[in-house]
Design a protein around this ligand. Structure first.
Ligand SMILES: Nc1nc2c(ncn2[C@@H]2O[C@H](COP(=O)(O)OP(=O)(O)OP(=O)(O)O)[C@@H](O)[C@H]2O)c(=O)[nH]1
Ligand SMILES: [Mg+2]
Length: 249
């Protein structure tokens, strides 16, 4: 029986997170909020939002570690507390909380799978982000030599906790915005099935994004690393494929 929790990394989204938590509460999953080195005022605000809520755990970074670092802190807490699956969702209210049942249905059917959103954008989505995603998704197909990963950037997904913590430990993952991409590629390399559900992603006018131009550069670097690793893994992948086809004869 899966034991599911929700992880919300939070940096500078204190004005939006209360709404996200309220929408999440009706699903009854424990919620892990990670305060990623926010200012004193924002940290206090987060504390006030979480303090009287049952099954809402507030973890704290003294310094800003980045989105990936926050998700990892949440995942390690989930592992310590014996959760089998963790649903990651952004604090800024862009994700459709009401799609959680789509995730839990897939987890119940296939507990080994990583379950990821496949984003549907409206006209408000910045063109640069939509194009950036298309480029990333093209590289991810190369890196995984497969069509399986429909989107590698969305932060609305569910991880099998043990496998993801192990994979993050083995690969010494980057803590920043490239985390979502890298962990998905490495989980696929580790043999995890990846399942997708369609979900609307909202870009409200005047919404605040932490995504910076420098993140685009870091994403290019991570693709260079992943493509190089893919080339180095090729003999292993070919050997495995040959072995499999030989076995099935
Ligand atoms: N970028 C960033 N996000 C962080 C950090 N720490 C935690 N987060 C959280 O990670 C989630 C994603 O951040 P966003 O700023 O929405 O970035 P994004 O969703 O990739 O970019 P947009 O599509 O432009 O919204 C949010 O819940 C943030 O609060 C950090 O250091 N940097
Ligand atoms: Mg966002």
């Amino acid at each position: 029986m899966p034991k599911i929790c929700v992880i919300i990394p939070c940096y500078k989204h204190t004005d939006k997170i209360a709404g996200v938590i309220q929408r999440l509460l009706s699903y009854g999953f424990p919620i892990i909020v990670v305060d990623d080195g926010n200012s004193k005022e924002d940290a206090m605000e987060l504390y006030k939002i979480c303090e009287n809520l049952r099954d809402v755990f507030l973890l704290h970074h003294d310094e800003n570690k980045g989105k990936g670092g926050s998700v990892l802190t949440g995942l390690l807490f989930a592992k310590e507390n014996r959760f089998t699956h963790a649903i990651q969702i952004d604090a800024d209210g862009q994700h459709c909380v009401e799609d959680i049942p789509k995730i839990t249905d897939i987890i119940n059917e296939n507990p080994d799978a990583v379950v990821s959103g496949c984003p549907i954008y409206d006209d408000n989505a910045p063109k640069s982000r939509v194009i950036g995603r298309k480029i990333t998704n093209f590289f991810v197909k190369l890196e995984t030599l497969s069509n399986e990963i429909k989107d590698a950037m969305i932060g609305f997904r569910a991880y099998p906790v043990d496998l993801t913590c192990q994979c993050a430990k083995d690969c010494n993952l980057n803590f920043g915005m490239t985390f979502d991409i890298e962990i998905l590629v490495r989980l696929k390399w580790a043999g995890a099935p990846i399942e997708f559900f369609e979900t609307k992603v909202d870009y409200p006018k005047n919404g605040y994004s932490n995504f910076k131009v420098s993140d685009q550069l870091k994403i290019s670097i991570i693709h260079t690393v992943l493509c190089t690793t893919m080339i180095l893994r090729l003999p292993y992948v070919l050997f495995k494929a040959l072995f499999k086809s030989h076995d099935s004869k």
